[in-house]
Design a protein around this ligand. Structure first.
Ligand code: ATP
Ligand code: MG
Length: 553
């Protein structure tokens, strides 16, 4: 252990300091999503960070839905979010909470502020409030309602709660400082009237707390010590601290901000994903081209690969953007040793072995993963008619092309050497059959050392092949142009999904939802959980292998 490299993120340094100074004697974190969409890779970072810290310090991790805004929230999202977090492996044990369960306490907290002379009911309209707020250069002006008496404020606030006022007619504001250089401190609104049913509390409330007021209360009620959020809340921290101080919580939580995770040329914002879903550009929130957690799972990513990715990204204060290629690297690394390496032909071309006896079948042994014996082996039927990849044959090969072309010999993986003797074209000039002869002495594993070949290609036995639809994905965004146009629309890549009818080796016929494999030379693939059927398999390409030779266009 002595040589172990311990890399600590800045949040851990802050926590260490707090523990050393006795500010806290435990660590209690939370993940507080708003149930207004599905979670994405950025949220995964926040989840694994918060959960990881709780584990590391033998503390606790809470799951809390921040459902204080009834307009956009849905039960569908609540269920999806829980499923995604469980899948990632973050365990909230019995601590699943809803901010809306605290509405009574939040109401009481607001009353407490009014009693202390720290909050008032204001009749200004939203536009007027904005106007009175001033600018970054100029101080704001006090609302004419700022000096209402405690009694009047209590009565008005109660009337707000009792439905006496319409939406926007009155708000409750914290009484802080209209001249504060921090705009968030210029008497922020903390409660508003909204006659709207709530997914959890139904019609019970017609006033709802604002995020900046609700969040610190939620944290304080749950005994959160370190309330970790993203950078855009840094300017809100003084308000967070003001709320917990004025409400006199005995163990005030502490807010710490870190930079959001951004992926280059990838749509992460919930709002934008929602738009793609609503516009029907993608097949739901779990379309494998998205980076929602549901989409990554459907595409075939593993929780381990996402953890690895998050660890590689690190936790920083400075905004930066990570390349999608890093996520691809992580899933490749994770699956490399864990998955069987099978043969599947994505663009089939018939190969006929002229000197192989008609009707004969041999069952060849193939190790599932040469680097991991534990994965065992399988038998592959070998016979006269096979499929190979269309790009593994060329009539007129360029230099350094070592695959099949007239007169050339290659190894068929796990099988024999075959030499190309001739080929057949259809009326359009498209090659439809390649004819070869095989050399029986060259069987894989036989120790044959008579001569060498430079190319090894994969194949599938034609009569035993399993048909499957294989979906090949590219970035949803046209990388040349960037994510958004000036008018806010997205630069979509028209080729982000290409579907091919592939031929698979027979061992793949029992693939179940989420099963994944390496298809040699073609990448890692996963059985699609939504569309795959026993008699009509559908695979998603998770990621290709490292770059390979491409046919010149
Ligand atoms: P989006 O901006 O995608 O709509 P959000 O911030 O509105 O997301 P919330 O449900 O409010 O989504 O977020 C829950 C938690 O996840 C918050 O603590 C938020 O800071 C964190 N989070 C959201 N996006 C990212 C991201 N890209 N990287 C890291 N953490 C994030
Ligand atoms: Mg949000």
């Amino acid at each position: 252990m002595e040589n172990e490299v311990v890399s600590r993120n800045f949040i851990e340094n802050e926590i260490d300091k707090d523990l050393a100074e006795g500010v806290y004697d435990t660590v209690h974190t939370r993940f507080p999503p708003e149930p207004n969409g599905y979670l994405h890779i950025g949220h995964a970072k926040s989840i694994l960070l918060n959960y990881g810290l709780a584990r590391k310090y033998h503390g606790k991790f809470n799951m809390r839905f921040d459902d204080t805004n009834p307009t956009k929230e849905k039960t569908e999202y609540v269920d999806a979010i829980k499923r995604d977090i469980r899948w990632l492996g973050a365990d909230w044990e019995d601590r699943l909470f809803f901010a809306s369960d605290y509405f009574d306490q939040m109401y009481e907290a607001a009353v407490k502020l009014i009693r202390k002379g720290k909050a008032y009911v204001c009749d200004l309209t939203a536009d007027e409030i904005r106007e009175y707020r001033g600018t970054l250069k100029e101080p704001g002006r006090n609302s004419p309602y700022r000096e209402r008496s405690v009694e009047e404020n209590l009565a008005l606030f109660e009337d707000m709660k009792n439905g006496r006022y319409g939406d926007g007619e009155k708000v409750l504001r914290a009484k802080i400082d209209m001249a504060s250089p921090n705009m968030n401190m210029r008497d922020p609104v903390i409660y508003r009237v909204a006659h709207m049913p709530h997914h959890n509390t139904g019609d019970r409330w017609c006033i709802y707390p604002m995020y900046d007021f609700a969040h610190p209360i939620e944290d304080a009620i749950e005994g959160i010590t370190h309330s970790i959020c993203t950078l855009e809340f840094e300017d809100h921290r003084p308000l967070y601290d003001w709320v917990v101080r004025e409400l006199e919580y005995p163990h005030p939580p502490r807010q710490i901000e870190f930079a959001k995770l951004y992926l280059t040329n990838v749509v992460t914002g919930k709002r934008y994903i929602k738009k793609l879903v609503e516009d029907g550009v993608v097949d739901g929130w779990d379309d494998p081209r998205l980076v929602s957690i549901a989409a990554l799972r459907r595409r075939g990513f593993t929780p381990e690969s996402i953890q690895m990715f998050v660890d590689l990204c690190g936790v920083a204060k400075g905004q930066s953007s990570v390349d999608y290629a890093m996520l691809e690297y992580c899933i490749r690394e994770d699956l490399k040793m864990k998955r069987s390496r099978m043969m599947a032909v994505l663009h089939p071309l018939k190969l006929i072995i002229d000197n192989y006896p008609e009707g004969q079948v041999e069952y060849l042994d193939a190790a599932n993963n040469l680097e991991n014996e534990a994965l065992g082996s399988r038998k592959i039927p070998f016979c006269k008619e096979l499929y190979i990849e269309r790009e593994d044959f060329m009539e007129e090969p360029p230099k350094k092309y070592f695959r099949l072309f007239p007169g050339n010999e290659v190894r068929l993986m796990h099988a024999y050497f075959v030499k190309c003797e001739s080929f057949v074209k259809d009326e359009n000039g498209q090659v439809v059959e390649v004819h070869c002869t095989y050399d029986p002495q060259t069987k894989a594993g036989s120790g044959f050392s008579g001569r060498k070949v430079k190319g090894t290609i994969h194949w599938v036995p034609a009569p035993y092949a399993v048909d499957a639809q294989v979906r090949l994905y590219e970035n949803l965004i046209d990388e040349e142009k960037g994510v958004y146009n000036e008018d806010g629309s997205m630069n979509l890549n028209p080729d982000s999904l290409v579907t091919v009818n592939a031929k698979l080796e027979p061992a793949l016929k029992d693939g179940k939802a989420y099963d994944s494999y390496q298809f040699v030379r073609n990448g890692f693939f996963c059985v699609d959980a939504k569309d795959s059927r026993e008699d009509a398999l559908v695979f998603n390409r998770i990621v290709s292998l490292k770059s390979s030779f491409r046919l010149p266009k």
